[in-house]
Design a binder for this molecule. Structure first.
Ligand code: SF4
Length: 162
């Protein structure tokens, strides 16, 4: 992570945060981890690697985010922004966690991570499995991924399923 990570942005008070579900194509983007194993859980890199160094080695026809997770700057024009907050991690943590103990991954992004700084360790419990929340998987995943979904809508959907 470069030294700009916690620097105030454009003279504003807010520190620069990084999105752990970032855009592979931004100039500052780094590889956060590799999807692996039975459920495509993310295995986190010990050190950030510039995305530009690895994107060229991904075979044509495979979307980079199918095999890697990226981190890039949390930007004010992101569709998931709700004021200064990330609406995506709010929606993700509205969904009840799987039962049982959840490990906290070792992760190079943590000091600068938007999700960690917003909701703490609960984000880290959910982070490795984010790939399971892709829209094609199920109706709940569609709702979680949609920036227009409110917490109340999610809670209603979950209550109706129980
Ligand atoms: S949510 Fe936690 S595990 Fe995921 S990138 Fe942020 S600090 Fe790392």
């Amino acid at each position: 992570m470069d030294s700009t990570a916690d620097r105030a942005r454009d003279g504003q008070e807010s520190p620069l945060r990084w999105c752990p579900s970032g855009d592979a194509s931004r100039p500052e983007t780094v590889v956060l981890g590799v999807r692996s194993g039975e459920h495509d859980q993310v295995v986190y890199l010990a050190e950030p690697v510039p995305a530009a160094d690895v994107l060229g080695s991904i075979p044509e026809g495979i979307a980079p985010n199918r095999v890697l997770r990226f981190a890039s700057h949390c930007v004010s024009d992101c569709a998931n922004r709700v004021g200064e907050a990330c609406g995506l991690i709010e929606r993700i943590t509205t969904v009840p966690a799987e039962p049982g103990p959840a490990a906290v991954p070792r992760c190079h992004l943590r000091p600068h991570c938007k999700w960690w700084n917003q909701v703490g360790v609960e984000a880290c419990h959910r982070c490795p499995a984010l790939t399971t929340l892709e829209p094609r998987d199920d109706e709940l995943a569609v709702l979680v991924a949609d920036p227009a979904t409110t917490r109340e809508q999610l809670e209603s959907w979950i209550a109706a399923e129980q």
